[in-house]
Design a protein around this ligand. Structure first.
Ligand code: GLU
Length: 433
């Protein structure tokens, strides 16, 4: 049997989106699983719409997520002569004909068939009984159409399996016609299910970020995305969800690809990313997160913290972070006096009259503590609770909302120790006045 050979063939007319990344990933895993070859081809025949910026972004995104290719990039724009040559061949056999248009001469191929059947490795047998009008193979500007160039490159490149999105399924019968016309072997086809947003419509910008690079900017780890995308339409056959690249390569087979569409569940991605972040070494985490802290504008303050306070903060925030960006944004209530306040939390916990008295009393107690440590802070809060005959949580919840702007935060006493007495008193004071 031939060595397995697959390719990913993006057009540099836009950023690499998660759907494209998933296609690349499945091809890559399939190649690695079968010890075959993974080729990267750039379909840049439309030179007006192809842009260097998009090309660079696609290559960077692929490398970022951990997909490397064995061959390429092969640029279609460097192969125009080959497409011309193949078109001439079809013309000379009389199977294709020239068509004069306003802009020049196009070339069409006239299929001799009325139906095409093929066995899709995911969807099973598919038959097309229409759509066999004459196929444009060369446009009047002398460039090949997608279907023509694609067939020639796949055939000449010895591609054995075409794994691509379901949106290309209607191109497949035309391509099979062209394989046969050019006397090439027809490869196997596997069309991947669509990726849907949570409302079950096709994933698009409306659903949020679709460019892979946006996930990098949001502070996701490439390993987490790799794992997440691998499970978009494929599963290992058991309940495992956290799988390393190695495990995925070992397990990946086409028969485990679902026929039904996959749903892009951002909450799941966040959960997964949190798991990966937890397992990141402290050193790596610190290195990566500093870019995000800088973007939020807290890097100077962060670095100016005493070492042990910064370490405490790190210890509190790292295991709770879903993304690097979230980690950095959670510094807002540490370093900024006008941190956002969750309106609902404020309404629920800070709107009662009796809070004023409680905060005044706390303030006095905090002033008198000798060292403002988490143990002492807790002691004072509990002592006051007993004194006013309240439960400790009746003090802690409002205090948390006051100091962090939110209902959920890392352990409050530890945060307060990091904030320091002066800052805590300032915040209580400003609430009271
Ligand atoms: N350039 C095409 C695309 O980006 C490739 C389709 C294919 O894989 O055949 O959709």
């Amino acid at each position: 049997m031939n060595e397995v050979s697959v390719r990913f063939a993006p057009s540099p007319t836009g950023f690499l989106h998660v759907g494209g990344a998933r296609t690349a990933l499945f091809n890559y895993l399939f190649a690695r699983h079968n010890k075959g070859k993974f080729v990267l081809r750039i379909e840049d025949t439309d030179q007006e719409r192809s842009e260097k910026e998009f090309l660079d972004e696609i290559l960077t995104s692929l490398k970022w997520i951990g997909i490397d290719w064995d061959e390429g990039p092969i640029y279609q724009s460097e192969r125009f002569g080959i497409y011309q040559e193949q078109a001439q061949k079809l013309l000379s056999t009389g199977l294709a004909y020239e068509e004069k248009t306003e802009r020049g001469v196009a070339i069409r191929y006239k299929p001799k068939t009325e139906s095409i059947k093929f066995n899709d490795l995911i969807r099973g047998e598919i038959e097309f009984k229409e759509g066999f009008e004459d196929i444009v193979i060369m446009k009047s500007d002398g460039t090949p159409t997608y279907n023509f160039a694609c067939v020639i490159d796949d055939a000449q490149g010895g591609i054995t399996h075409i794994i691509r999105g379901e949106d290309h399924i209607s191109n497949t019968p035309k391509q099979i016609v062209l394989y046969k016309a050019l006397k090439f072997n027809v490869p196997c086809f596997a069309h991947l299910p669509l990726i849907l947003g949570e409302d079950r419509s096709r994933l698009s910008k409306r659903h949020g970020a679709v460019a892979l690079s946006a996930y990098k900017d949001e502070g996701y780890l490439p390993q987490a995305l790799f794992n997440f995308l691998a499970l978009l339409g494929w599963s290992p056959g058991d309940n495992r969800e956290i799988l390393t690249k190695k495990e995925l390569m070992n397990l990946f087979t086409l028969d485990r690809i679902n026929k039904s569409n996959a749903v892009f569940d951002v909450e799941k991605l966040k959960w997964m990313n949190k798991r990966y972040l937890k397992n990141t070494s402290d050193a790596d985490f610190k290195k990566e997160v500093s870019v995000f802290i800088e973007r939020e504008g807290y890097l100077n303050d962060y670095q100016a913290l005493e070492d042990d306070k910064r370490d405490d903060l790190f210890r509190l925030l790292k295991p709770r972070a879903h993304t690097f960006k979230e980690y950095a944004q959670n510094l807002n209530y540490i370093f900024s006096s006008d941190y956002p306040k969750d309106a609902e939390a404020v309404k629920k916990h800070l709107s009662e009259e009796k809070n004023n008295e409680m905060f005044s009393a706390l303030k006095e107690r905090f002033k008198k503590i000798e060292d403002f440590s988490k143990e002492k802070i807790e002691q004072e809060i509990r002592a006051l609770a007993v004194e006013i005959n309240a439960e400790a949580k009746e003090l802690i919840h409002p205090l948390r909302v006051l100091l962090t702007g939110r209902e959920v935060s890392p352990p409050l006493f530890e945060l307060m120790e990091i904030l320091g007495r002066d800052e805590v008193l300032v915040r209580i004071e400003s609430f009271l006045t």
